[in-house]
Design a protein around this ligand. Structure first.
Ligand code: HEC
Length: 118
């Protein structure tokens, strides 16, 4: 019991020390965050398959992502495509980002914020 208390105290002390302070966190919502997630090769990696304005080494496996607000005025439709495109097209090569836990809800919402700037 005594050891446990000491441990807790030590942990609390360490967490409070500046050495453990987190650097200013990058934003996790909004278009800028969405762009970072979309372009990150180990997160959205959208450029592996899509051409998107501002992206380097884009691809044309999937359709170009442009005029998104015009083409997808209903945000829910975009969310569903990102959550589980297999539902719309069982043959798709696009990963089911939400269903397969590649991205969480907040990340998908941020990507949609970004898509609406394209
Ligand atoms: C492995 C390839 C691949 C990746 C990675 C991928 N997609 Fe797709 N995506 C496709 C293909 C192929 C389609 C065409 C529709 C289909 O196959 O169902 C598509 C369709 C779409 C559509 C519908 C576009 C339209 O005009 O109909 C959107 C929106 C979309 N993708 C967004 C994204 C976003 C955002 C990402 C990154 C988070 C992404 N995709 C990652 C392959 C991919």
């Amino acid at each position: 019991m005594k050891t446990r208390i000491t441990f807790a105290a030590l942990a609390a002390f360490l967490m409070a020390s500046p050495a453990f302070a987190q650097p200013a966190a990058a934003p996790t919502t909004g278009p800028a965050a969405g762009r970072a997630i979309a372009f990150n090769r180990s997160l959205g990696n959208c450029l592996a398959c899509h051409t998107m304005k501002g992206g380097d080494v884009p691809s044309n496996v999937g359709p170009m992502l442009n005029d998104m607000k015009l083409r997808f005025p209903d945000r829910k439709v975009l969310f569903q495509i990102l959550w589980d495109e297999e539902k719309r097209n069982p043959q798709t090569v696009m990963p089911a980002f939400g269903k397969n836990l590649i991205l969480d809800r907040r990340q998908i919402e941020a990507i949609i914020d970004f898509l609406y700037t394209l």
